[in-house]
Ligand binder design. Structure first.
Ligand code: 5GP
Length: 194
């Protein structure tokens, strides 16, 4: 597959649709085995995880449910820094088996915040399933039970992930091509939150 250009940046294929499909299907099989008879609720984090969550849900062969949340970040007025607000949790998750579905775990801060928030509802269990994980970017240890693939701390786009709002429709996952190290990590390049 050819390189593509989004705005002024060039991207090369990192994972083909076939590779993504294999990863998702393997995760679906593991979850189906681990959660047999438990009717888990997948909680997918919008926007980035919508494509992955749709494929993962169809790769899960046991009874399961899905719901979606959005994480809104805003600057606190006090010295608290950034505050994350979780929007849209519609299901009652108390006593239920929860699997948070994320597109990519980078610093891990979003997942840490979500775990803290969801634990307040006393679910029966809670695990994370992320298509991608950048282990070198993690700010503190995070237990991600289901990881599609560990990747280096380089910016990726496609398969639901965006570059400043575009590229989510690309069926493959692309990685930024650059020799400019300033651009070579996810924090330095624009993308919509989640
Ligand atoms: P964390 O809180 O783990 O640092 O951030 C996770 C979120 O950052 C992801 O849900 C995603 O929105 C964004 N993100 C991190 N790395 C990348 C990347 O390489 N590409 C894109 N498109 N988004 C990223």
């Amino acid at each position: 597959m050819d390189n593509i250009k989004l705005f002024d940046k060039e991207f090369e294929v990192y994972l083909s649709p076939a590779e993504l499909s294999q990863i998702t299907s393997d995760l679906g099989k593991r979850i189906s085995t681990d959660y047999e008879g438990l009717n888990p609720i997948l909680i997918a984090v919008l926007n980035g995880a919508f494509v992955f969550a749709a494929d993962l849900m169809r790769a899960i062969t046991i009874q399961s449910e899905i719901t979606f949340v959005k994480v809104a970040s805003y600057e606190a007025t006090s010295s608290k820094g950034t505050v994350e607000e979780i929007l849209g949790l519609e299901k009652d998750i108390t006593g239920r088996h929860i699997i948070i579905v994320e597109d990519i775990v980078d610093t891990g801060l979003t997942m840490t915040e979500l775990l803290k928030n969801f634990k307040e509802y006393y679910p029966a269990s809670i695990e994370i399933c992320s298509l991608l994980l950048k282990p070198e970017s993690l700010k503190k240890p995070l237990d991600v039970k289901y990881v599609g693939m560990e990747i280096p701390p380089k910016f990726v786009v496609g398969y639901g992930l965006d570059f400043d709002g575009i590229g989510r429709n690309l069926p493959a996952l692309y990685q930024l091509v650059t020799s400019d190290l300033a651009l070579d990590n996810g924090q330095e390049i624009d993308h919509e939150e989640n």
